[in-house]
Design a protein around this ligand. Structure first.
Ligand SMILES: [Zn+2]
Length: 216
């Protein structure tokens, strides 16, 4: 039987319940006795248990994707050793995939007829595309946005990184390990307004004339 799979990209901001959706999908597959496998790029190598978990309390085992993992080889090995073709691959944090790994996934879809659903962020804290997300936008069959709402009511767009005082940070590495609680998803307008407000709260350097003025 000829199988035809698809490469899906479901993107959203932080806190848009992407992982919860992945886990709910996994649960639904189990209910219907469908074959699936969860995968996740490992960013923090101190992490031990290969588990995807969400704040709503569900979790599932996953396989780690390392920087040098060839995902096409992984699918081919499963076929060679177990004659297994996975129907559905569910991939968490897909923004951390490399361009090459997204291309490998597209070949898994095209050669084996598997379906691959990638869940991930569109952009980093500086509003630029992640490598994996960019490649998914370029070649995925189906792209869906998982929407969530800013405090002001608009759709969230920016994954703002905040410091311990809650101020928005705009400089730093794209990925900071272990700092998931340091992000807040906001709409583009709030992102701009909050930075303007922050800048205005910084006291400007004293003007010499003001120092010389006795009334100051
Ligand atoms: Zn807003």
């Amino acid at each position: 039987m000829y199988r035809k799979g698809k490469l899906y990209f479901r993107y959203g901001t932080m806190g848009s319940a992407k992982t919860a959706l992945l886990l709910t999908t996994a649960y639904n597959f189990e209910e219907r006795h469908m074959d699936y496998m969860c995968l996740k790029p490992i960013v923090d190598t101190r992490e031990q248990a290969s588990i995807i978990h969400s704040r709503i309390g569900i979790q599932r085992e996953c396989r780690w994707i390392y920087a040098d993992t060839d995902l096409y080889e992984l699918a081919r090995d499963l076929y060679r050793t177990d004659s297994r073709i996975v129907d559905w691959y569910l991939i968490d944090e897909a923004q951390f995939l490399s361009e090459a790994q997204v291309d490998q996934l597209s070949r898994v879809v095209d050669d084996f007829g598997s379906n691959v659903i990638c869940y991930g962020l569109r952009t980093d804290f500086q509003t630029h595309l992640f490598e994996g997300s960019r490649r998914l936008f370029e070649i995925a069959d189906t792209i869906d946005e998982i929407k969530s709402t800013c405090n002001c009511g608009h759709k969230t767009i920016v994954n703002a990184r905040i410091d311990s005082d809650g101020h928005i940070v705009t400089e730093g590495d794209q990925v900071e390990i272990g700092g998931d609680d340091r992000y807040v998803a906001v709409c583009r307008k709030c992102w701009r307004n909050r930075r303007i407000e922050q800048a205005s709260r910084v006291r400007p350097p004293l003007d010499l004339e003001e120092i010389m003025n006795p009334e100051y």
